[in-house]
Design a protein around this ligand. Structure first.
Ligand code: GLP
Length: 270
């Protein structure tokens, strides 16, 4: 029986980032060699900024920790300015004591994506993740697992795979690519099945009105492939959700319409 999901409503992104890094710090206090699952995107920026500032204040050390990134564009060279490896190197490795060897990212330049993905699933099974950061896409995707994505079928059983990105995701992420940079239209993405099998604690963050509809679908709608994020409701461990008021609007309206929160959700203000 999955645990009740704790949903925290926050005034602003920095409150959500501080709470997220408190959870990371608690995980590290219990286990200095903890393994974290990282995510990219604008939502995660305040979280990485908070990690860097706590490290600078000597309140946090990632010296023994390891990071496993959810996904990577394909094809992309690891050193490309828009690769997710570069994103994490700049925001974590360069500004904390996480060793370079502690950052694990799928190789977007692999000549054999199938083999790389199978190896990643094996690696995560051997080294399960203690705390997984998650953002959500405008159509409800987590990592690069999109509703109806090619290569992603029966999501709760799906492993890491090469996926073709939706038009909406390509459009949403085009803001990060310069006019001279070619934006990949495919990605290597961890599978929902892999996440459900290997993650102990999911921490899902969403800010802004464009995340309101997908968050309501994920937490109040059916658990189904139409909303990849809805599978956090099948997590074997804990799930924490942090939403600003704009991202929580449809969820709160839905709860009000139903006359109260369903038993799988506990809603609190932070
Ligand atoms: C990409 C990433 C996701 C991320 C999403 C949302 O698609 N693969 O992990 O959650 O973007 O990004 P943003 O936080 O910029 O809205």
């Amino acid at each position: 029986m999955p645990e009740v999901i704790e949903v925290f409503l926050v005034e602003c992104r920095s409150v959500a980032a501080r709470h997220t890094v408190d959870l990371i710090a608690q995980t590290l206090a219990a286990k200095p060699g903890a393994r974290f699952g990282s995510a990219t995107g604008g939502t995660m920026e305040p979280v990485y900024a908070e990690i860097a500032s706590r490290y600078a204040e000597r309140q946090l050390s990632l010296a023994k920790a390891e990071i496993f990134q959810l996904d990577e564009y394909y094809p992309i060279e690891p050193w490309h300015p828009q690769s997710y490896r570069t994103f994490l190197r700049q925001r974590v490795v360069d500004v904390t004591d996480l060793p370079r060897s502690g950052l694990n990212v799928l190789n977007g330049a692999t000549s054999d994506p199938k083999r790389t993905c199978a190896w990643w699933d094996q690696k995560l099974k051997e080294r399960p993740v203690d705390l997984q950061l998650l953002g959500i896409g405008v159509e409800g995707h987590i990592a690069f697992v999109e509703a109806g994505a090619e290569g992603a079928r029966e999501l709760p059983k799906s492993g890491t795979s090469l996926v073709k990105l939706h038009e909406s995701t390509i459009r949403a992420n085009s803001r990060y690519f310069g006019p001279d940079e070619t934006q990949p239209t495919q990605a290597l993405s961890v599978g929902i099945g892999t996440l459900l099998e290997t993650v102990e604690h999911f921490v899902l963050l969403a800010f802004g009105s464009e995340k309101s509809r997908p968050m309501a679908a994920a937490l109040l709608g059916d658990v189904s492939d139409a909303s990849p994020a809805s599978y956090v409701r099948e997590a074997k461990g804990k799930t924490t959700v942090l939403l600003d008021h704009a991202a929580a609007a449809d969820l709160l309206a839905g709860i009000q319409k139903q006359g109260g929160a369903p038993p799988h959700l506990s809603i609190k203000c932070l």
